[in-house]
Design a protein around this ligand. Sequence first.
Ligand SMILES: C[S@@+](CC[C@H](N)C(=O)[O-])C[C@H]1O[C@@H](n2cnc3c(N)ncnc32)[C@H](O)[C@@H]1O
Length: 209
Amino acid sequence: MKALKVLVKSLLILVGIGLIWRWLSRNRSLPCPTWLSSLLDSRWSDRLLGTQTTLDRIGLRPGQRVLEIGPGPGRLLIPAAKRVLPGGEAVGLDIQPGMIERLKAYATRAGVSNLTAILGDAIKPNVPAESFDVVFLCTALGEIPNREAALRQSHTALKPGGVLSITEIFPDPHYQSRAMVRRLTEAAGFQLKELHGLWYFFTANFIKS
Ligand SMILES: C[S@@+](CC[C@H](N)C(=O)[O-])C[C@H]1O[C@@H](n2cnc3c(N)ncnc32)[C@H](O)[C@@H]1O
């Protein structure tokens, strides 16, 4: 009984912290701290967070140039870089120096040489216009206070007909619903191409129109 009470209290505290974090992130950048990134690069996270499923849904092909906004330590971007070989390139843009350092170190450890890690903000990414076939975000959109500006920048970075792919996983504190993702992306000039998964783990692919 005592153990159950402790469990319920701990869960309520976690939910409370998540809600406050989500609310504060509306106006200021409060990204997932680097020290928490070990949750994203442990062995079990690939299974729990559906890394291969997400990559299948994005539909990467050899030869493509792909950009991930908010790659963290590279749970998705490092295997994505392998999937676009031969001839393809992967670029990761993250706002936190600690994440960029980890991404570079893990890419080197994995023997991936077609990956570039850039420190920067999604709302003013230092990448050439119309240079990517695919731009993707996974559990990152809700961490960006100005999501509209970030999506407009993704639109600019994509080649004509390029694909924007957004994956959201509940209960990420910054989870964005399918309706919200659709509303924001359509306002930025994208058209829904396909929707994979259910509300708690979905990937929505959009075409630059
Ligand atoms: C929850 S992590 C997700 C990491 C990775 N996409 C994954 O699914 O394993 C969100 C990442 O987005 C990054 N991020 C947050 N705001 C950003 C912004 N404005 N521009 C670029 N990256 C940002 C954070 O630093 C963090 O690495």
